[in-house]
Design a protein around this ligand. Sequence first.
Ligand code: ACO
Length: 336
Amino acid sequence: MKKKNNGFIYCSKILGTGSYLPEKKLTNVDLERIVDTNDQWIVERTGIRSRRMAAPGEYTSDLALAAAKQALSQAQISAQDLDMIILATVSPDQVMPNTACVLQKKLGARDIMAVDVSAACTGFVYAFSIADQFVRTGVYKNILVVGAEVLHQYVNYKDRETCILFGDAAGAVVLGRADENDASEVMSVHLHADGEISDLFVLPAGGSALPFSQEVLDQELQYVKMKGREIFKHAVRTMANSCEEALQHNNMTAEQISWVVPHQANLRIIEAVAKHCSIPMEKVVVEIEEMGNTSAATVPVALDKAVRDGRIQRGQNIILTAFGAGITSGSVLLTY
Ligand code: ACO
């Protein structure tokens, strides 16, 4: 039995990662033709140059499927070997059934638990923590964790403050059991939520509080509404705190961290978090330029890209950190 198992039977580790970005690009120049904005403003304020848009008929479950297949292949297991599927999303194929069950069918997985997690941009970190618990307790061995979004359906392309930010993508990991002497392991997970400031980022309509009606559509309440400047402050505070909490919990310093993989909401937010935590930007995975903010998908997509291009290596200490509507936030500290 491993030492750092926090009283559990096993430790978990990442067995494989995957990601998928739809083909269609929506560039800043494209947006210049739709709303009163310009490439220079968007790049300077956000670091984003283009974002992806799912094709008509391409759903969140399809993006998730493509990312999941890659993660399974890298983990060298088949969909039949999965014991659980957790899918983090705020843009499910439909409200019911959950998209994890749609993914289960598309993957050809067995009769296993399949559930969606809704925690906006922190969704992947929340989902990851649930999977971690099921592996640690020995209940399940191989768990697929996916963050997938088709956000463009919830964006008002007349609102220049939001439409420049969001895109569609999916990222996935397979979390499994670490061997007794394995260097790779998930060391700790720290999660938070502050419902007192839940009004900062909302999708007003479509739930039981405000079902769809002609009035809703006339007032364009089917689209996200955001208090950008306020969110910016909380994003920096919560992600920086989560990183520091993870380091303190594990008695580690920033120097012992090889990579931070933060939620990709805005390059300036990422830079401010790195500065707060005294982590040089060379150790931060930044993938926002060509994908924008893809909510629950940003962390697993950025992780997968850094794994596949060799930045992230086995044995390195990594922090994943995210914040999102709720306001939710959290971090994972792991040895990859
Ligand atoms: N193009 C040109 N000008 C714009 C645009 C645009 N797309 N959007 C706003 N402006 C204007 C504003 O109207 C304002 O003009 P004014 O000074 O005449 O009033 C000016 O630019 C400055 O606006 P600010 O809101 O102060 O700009 P800021 O530097 O704060 O950047 C931004 C705005 C990019 C939205 C930033 O606040 C941000 O990134 N916030 C966080 C957003 C976020 O992460 N949302 C998702 C969080 S939750 C999740 O990830 C699911």
